[in-house]
Design a binder for this molecule. Structure first.
Ligand code: DAH
Length: 340
């Protein structure tokens, strides 16, 4: 009997449990009514009287050790299940990850760039703080020219020569001064005008300028390029219409309408019943502008156009208030999804 007690003591000593249930199994095996320790207590009756004291002490020791070990293991597992880590519910859905989205004006700008780059236009850039020459004079708009009144200018210092550019047409001048034809480029960027802020006007907005200079560039090339752009931007069924207009840097000049993308030309409240909406200004680059930029106007001709990115975005997304684009209201911004 002493050997069996010894054996059980060793077993208790070396026992390790992998779970609460495992501990419970061990308890049943030793301490339940039919457990091994109980069994030994039963047999204790048969122990010779002279051995009783010794065996009895051993048996008590066994019972205590078994109980202590089981209590200790139980506590360990209870600690674990109480701890925060153990309470993590792995079946819960993960917290939603919010991904930022591109600004609608960036989406539209990227789309414009993408459409023109497919037909060989590069992208160019110029400064937002500009001198009078690039913003006005080289573009055929000298100081006393009435067309200056078309664009209320911000002067950023006492020096009337330094302005915030009022149009991305200024980039045309930089490009032509810095390179010789063929030139085929678009220039997206921010422009500034001293205008009261309202749903339809802002003191800062964005334009894309287009310029194409080469030998024998004609008005037909301009028309075809803009028709291609309009169909790509607003859909295959889009029609264009050119109306005579005036810009100092183009001769001849035109404004271009597209068939209303909402009513397809039938007339609706977006196009105010006209069936057409204006989207850009354009024309053949005035030979005087070519000469101002050291390009031989006898050899070369070209076309230019300029459009407002906000205007295109408002039409594409039916945005009715220009101010939304610069207020950074996340509820507005998160509605726009882009692939580019
Ligand atoms: N710069 C003009 C504006 O801001 C837009 C424009 C019209 C650009 C005709 C052009 C053009 O290049 O040919 O109103």
């Amino acid at each position: 009997m002493k050997d069996r007690i010894e054996e059980l003591l060793n077993e208790i000593e070396s026992f390790t449990a992998s779970s609460k249930e495992h501990v419970e199994e061990f308890r049943i095996k030793l301490l339940s009514k039919k457990g091994k320790v109980k069994e030994l207590f039963e047999e204790f009756k048969n122990v010779a009287p002279e051995m009783r004291k010794e065996v009895g002490q051993k048996l008590n020791e066994l019972q205590n050790k078994a109980q202590d070990k089981i209590n200790h293991l139980k506590e360990t597992f209870e600690d674990l299940t109480d701890s925060k880590e153990a309470n993590i519910d792995l079946t819960l859905p993960a917290e939603k990850i919010t991904v930022g989205s591109r600004h609608p004006l960036s989406i539209v700008r990227n789309q414009i760039v993408e459409i023109f780059s497919r037909i060989g236009f590069t992208v160019s850039d110029g400064p937002e703080i500009e001198d009078d020459w690039h913003n006005f004079t080289a573009l055929n708009t000298p100081a006393d020219h009435p067309a200056r009144d078309m664009q209320d200018t911000f002067y950023i210092s006492e020096n009337p020569d330094i302005v915030l550019r009022t149009q991305t047409s200024s980039v045309q001048v930089h490009i032509m001064e810095g390179s010789q034809p063929p030139i085929r480029t678009i220039s997206p960027g921010r422009v500034y005008r001293n205008e009261a802020i309202s749903a339809r006007a802002h003191c800062q907005f964005h334009q894309v300028e287009g310029l194409y200079i080469d030998k024998k560039v004609s008005f037909a090339d301009l028309k075809q390029t803009l028709l291609y752009f309009s169909k790509e931007m607003f859909g295959e069924e889009t029609k264009i219409r050119l109306r005579p207009s005036y810009f100092p840097f183009t001769e001849i000049s035109a404004e271009m309408d597209i068939s209303c993308p909402f009513c397809k030309g039938d007339g609706c409240n977006i196009c105010k019943g006209a069936g057409w909406v204006e989207i850009l200004g354009c024309g053949m680059v005035d030979p005087a502008v070519l000469e101002n930029c050291k390009i031989d106007s006898k050899q070369y001709s070209g076309f230019a156009f300029g459009m407002g990115i906000e205007r295109i975005a408002m039409l594409k997304y039916q945005v009715k208030d220009l101010r939304l684009f610069s207020e950074n209201d996340i509820r507005f911004l998160k509605q726009f999804k882009s692939v580019i």
